[in-house]
Design a protein around this ligand. Structure first.
Ligand code: ADP
Length: 839
């Protein structure tokens, strides 16, 4: 388990007080504690090293002291032996000198004794008898030394050191009358000798000396015991520290070393010393090896400790990072809404996160350690869950997860999706399975709703009587039919060619559609901005059908720009419309005929007047002709009048013919005054018959309007006739029998710039229920009325994109008349036509 410093057990205050070290330790930060913990072994290794060094130093000193002692002993032993030998030799020499002095022996006997002496004393390399004047009486030199030893005494004045020394020693011996030792003298590289002069006393007088010459080198060779020479270097050194001889050839003087011990070379004296020197080789070597080994091991330990320390620091850093990562993951795990459940390889729950507990309502304790069947399995789905678990444990769970029902603690259930992934430990071995669980109840509900709505949508689309298709219009990818409903497939097959053709109004390759695409943005400039879609009626020759085609651009599900087309079969509607239009034409014509039929008596009356006038003029002319009173001028005058009346009758007939003449509805730029004049002309006949006055007003400077003049005249005539009939039927007094026609420009909120025609009468008006029904076909309140006049008027006005309305005129509360108003748009035609003055 990972622990943080806060997790450490807290010691009681008393305990801490008792142990200041512990409380100091507790006060340290964890990193400092780690540093100290790492420092302790380092310190102990250093202490160990110091102890070892001290021990070595002590031992070495001990050893040196012992060695010094031993060297001293050895040197003194050697010195002792040499001294004894020299004294012994001296005694022999004194004896021989005495015998020489007392003349007990002669020269030959001396030689003989010398030979004997020298043979047993290899250190003596020459024995000489000198007279008091230093003359050699006899001399003996061992045969092996003959070449090496030159004659003893040299003529005075010679500066040979040996001779000089010999003279000095001789003189000393003579003066002291006692044996005197000379200083060692080097004869060659290997031979250093010193002399001892023993005075010869003859009857109390000095009679010369016996000179024995010792080889220093031989002395060392014969008097230094073998074991001593093995252990030590024994040398003889003179006062100038020059090595005279040594047991080891070429030994250098090392006076300063502690292992050197010098002892006076008695009885020779003269500053010559015997020096013993310890080798110390074995002690030093062994000591050093051990020391260096210990040192090397300590260094190795130190190095390894440092390595361990650094390693530990790295581990600590990693551990810190790990703790951070673990805390991060734990926080993430605790905060997320996905339930997590871990199982070992047997299916035992080993871990659940808070979200899992929150989702299921079971606590961690109730779930962890549980073997299947788990408490969150619905009771009726144990078998299914067992099967899924087996699948899970065998690692065969689908990557996309599995959908299961999960039971909460309160027994309610929800839909969940579970994803399974293997749990791998640090060694790479699988230790179990990790399952993540999300509540998909809401998602599932939405999905179900979506699929149901999609199904409904498809059903509606498929069931539509219209062909619906979607085609991609991307220039790069070409055209592709993205969707086609059943009607489209049925009518045109699954082919984008028809889509393009319907859009392009028969253009087989849909070139128009592509040309309409803006080069910059790839979107059709005009149509894409339209919120709605314009419909177009297209005739397809192959199927002999009319289609109403609506298109609009949309973004397809994959983001591509696509064009949707809805084609409705309008063949039958088209046929009906055509029939209706024909019908309307006929109705208008019929209505005009009816109007004329209704006006027949008025027309007859109207025609009657000129005809009567013509008859009168003719009769008058006949009578006067017969009487003979008709002058030529009178005749001309009467004929002109007759002709005018006939013209008038002809005009009436012409107008009626023009009005009822069957012609195709034709719009043309028309002067409003012309329409008004022609109408008043026709209406005048009826109005005069009904004794109704008319007042008309047409505003000045009116524009041309694009209408079918006959149809507008028909409307106006109908309104005037209805007004006259209403006045006439109400039998109003002459003062109230009048109609007013006004034509003025005005602005209509719906259709914009317009011309308003209004017909006001002073009749009885209309009841409310009549107003509501006046535009119904065949609605009439008159016994002989056809009831199609106003319904036709409305269809004519609306076909000119105009509006018609009817209202009663009031004087306070009483109805004083009726007003019919219709407006016609001036429209775009008027904008391009200059205003002309209406005359
Ligand atoms: P008809 O004139 O053949 O009855 P219309 O369609 O011209 O058919 O008129 C329908 C009805 O509207 C008339 O029967 C009449 O009742 C009413 N009506 C029309 N104009 C007027 C008017 N100016 N005053 C009163 N009622 C009118």
């Amino acid at each position: 388990m990972l622990w943080s410093p806060q997790d450490r057990p807290v010691q009681s205050g008393t305990y801490a007080r008792q142990r200041p070290l512990w409380s100091w330790w507790r006060r340290l930060s964890p990193s400092r504690q780690d540093r100290f913990a790492a420092l302790a072994p380092l310190l102990s290794v250093l202490l160990f090293l110091a102890a070892i060094v001290a021990a070595f130093w002590y031992l070495r000193n001990e050893e040196v002291e012992r060695e010094v002692e031993s060297v001293k002993r050895d040197a003194e032993l050697v010195q002792q032996q040499i001294r004894l030998r020299l004294i012994e030799n001296q005694e022999q020499l004194v004896r021989i000198a005495r015998e020489v002095g007392t003349r007990t022996i002669n020269r030959e006997q001396f030689i003989g004794q010398a030979e004997t002496l020298v043979r047993s004393r290899p250190e003596i390399v020459g024995l000489t008898w000198l007279t008091s004047s230093r003359q050699v009486v006899a001399r003996h030199t061992p045969p092996d030394m003959l070449t090496a030893m030159p004659r003893l005494a040299l003529p005075s004045g010679s500066d040979d050191p040996r001779t000089t020394e010999g003279r000095a020693v001789f003189n000393d011996a003579r003066d002291l009358r006692a044996p005197v030792y000379g200083r060692p003298v080097r004869l060659d590289d290997h031979l250093v000798v010193f002399q001892v002069h023993v005075p010869v006393i003859d009857q109390g007088a000095f009679a010369g000396t016996l000179v024995a010459e010792y080889s220093v080198e031989s002395m060392l060779r014969y008097f230094v015991p073998a074991e001593v020479s093995r252990r030590r270097v024994i040398s003889l050194v003179d006062g100038d520290d020059t090595v005279l001889a040594s047991t080891v050839a070429g030994a250098a003087p090392r006076a300063s070393t502690p292992l050197v011990y010098s002892v006076a070379f008695a009885p020779v004296g003269n500053g010559v010393t015997l020096r013993g020197e310890g080798y110390r080789t074995s002690v030093g070597l062994i000591g050093n090896t051990l020391f260096w080994m210990v040192l090397a091991l300590s260094m190795l330990t130190l190095w390894m400790l440092l390595g361990t320390w650094r390693h530990m620091r790295r581990r600590l850093q990693i551990q810190g990072a790990l703790v951070q990562e673990t805390n991060f993951r734990r926080a993430m795990e605790n905060s997320m809404l996905t339930g997590m459940r871990a199982m070992d390889l047997e299916g035992r729950i080993t871990y659940v996160n808070p979200a899992f507990c929150a989702m299921t309502g079971f606590s961690e304790a109730e779930l962890i350690g549980h073997l299947p069947p788990f408490p969150h399995w619905p009771h009726d789905r144990l078998e299914e869950n067992n099967r899924l678990l087996a699948q899970e444990l065998s690692g065969r769970s689908p990557a996309g997860g599995i959908e299961v029902k999960v039971m909460r603690k309160d027994g309610s259930q929800f839909d969940a999706r579970m994803y399974v992934s293997p749990l791998i430990d640090a060694r790479g071995q699988q230790t179990g399975w990790m399952t993540s669980m999300t509540n998909i109840t809401e998602a599932k509900r939405i999905r179900d709703q979506l699929s149901a709505s999609h199904e409904r949508f498809t059903t509606v689309l498929e069931g539509l009587d219209a062909a619906v298709s979607v085609m991609s219009v991307s220039a790069a990818q070409g055209t592709e039919l993205l969707f086609a409903n059943r009607s489209y497939r049925l009518w045109f097959g699954a082919d984008s060619h028809w889509h393009a053709r319907l859009v392009g109004s028969g253009d087989a390759d849909g070139q128009d559609a592509e040309d309409a695409i803006d080069g910059l943005s790839g979107l059709p400039t005009a149509e894409i901005t339209d919120v709605g879609s314009d419909s177009r009626e297209v005739y397809v020759g192959e199927t002999q059908k009319w289609y109403e085609v609506r298109t609009r651009y949309l973004q397809w599900t994959d983001g591509r720009l696509a064009q949707m087309l809805i084609a409705t079969d309008i063949t039958s509607r088209r046929h009906m419309e055509e029939a209706a239009a024909l019908q309307a034409d006929r109705a208008q014509e019929t209505s005009r005929l009816i109007t004329m039929g209704e006006m027949a008596s008025s027309v007859a009356h109207e025609l009657n007047q000129p005809l009567a006038a013509i008859t009168n003029y003719c009769n008058g002319m006949l009578t006067r002709q017969r009487n003979g009173t008709l002058s030529g001028e009178d005749l001309i005058g009467a004929l002109e009048k007759t002709s005018r009346q006939a013209q008038r009758a002809g005009q009436i007939i012409h107008r009626i013919r023009a009005f009822v003449k069957r012609s195709e509805p034709q719009r043309q730029p028309t002067k409003i005054t012309e329409i008004v004049e022609d109408t008043l002309e026709l209406a005048g006949i009826e109005l005069r018959r009904r004794n109704v006055a008319i007042q008309s007003y047409v505003a000045q400077r009116m524009p041309l309007i694009s209408v079918d003049p006959i149809l507008i005249e028909q409307v106006l005539l109908n309104l005037l006739k209805n007004a006259a009939e209403a006045i006439d039927n109400a039998s109003l007094p002459p003062g109230r029998r009048k109609i007013e026609l006004r034509v003025t420009p005005r602005h209509d909120s719906e259709i914009g710039g317009a011309i308003e025609f209004s017909v006001r009468d002073s009749g009885p008006g209309m009841p409310e229920d009549v107003i509501k029904r006046i535009y119904e076909a065949f609605f009439s309140t008159k016994s002989d009325g056809m009831g199609i006049g106003l319904s036709l008027c409305r269809s004519i006005i609306e076909s000119h994109r105009g509006r018609i309305r009817a209202e009663n005129l009031y004087n306070q509360d009483s109805v004083v008349g009726c007003c019919f108003t219709f407006v016609l748009p001036v429209g775009h035609f008027a904008e391009t036509t200059k205003h002309i003055e209406q005359s």
